[in-house]
Design a protein around this ligand. Sequence first.
Ligand SMILES: [Zn+2]
Length: 157
Amino acid sequence: MEQATSQKKPARRIMVTCPFCGRRNRIVADRVADRPRCGECGRPLLVDRPVKVSGSDFDAVIGGTDVPVLVDFYADWCGPCKTMAPALDELAAARAGEVLVAKLDTDREPEIAGRFGIRGIPTLIVFREGRESARSTGAIGAKELAELVDQDPSGAG
Ligand SMILES: [Zn+2]
């Protein structure tokens, strides 16, 4: 056996709400490829696609997730939101376990939208360790999306 030279870091976790039964689960970020299942109903918890968040679990998901969380503040009637949906799907699939992609319906959750001062949609906000670290308003492509997620938070002032 190899001897670890330094203390192993605790596993990073991702908080997800089971879309079937509503139970919140904290899954190990590095093991999302193993298809984690809900501790309550046993159904798969899929984070390789955007996950829906609402007012009831927003704070728990943002605060309980150790990897960056990209939240898409959108509305169903918003054309530009639909335009950029494929880029969000792509990012969620490509970076599953490294970045959690979430979406919040601003029509259904005006309180959350108001709290973050959302004036135009789509607005993309990146949260790191529970805090906003980057934001962009308006539809952007896959490349800009990746840059937003990878933006160095220390340079954000
Ligand atoms: Zn469940």
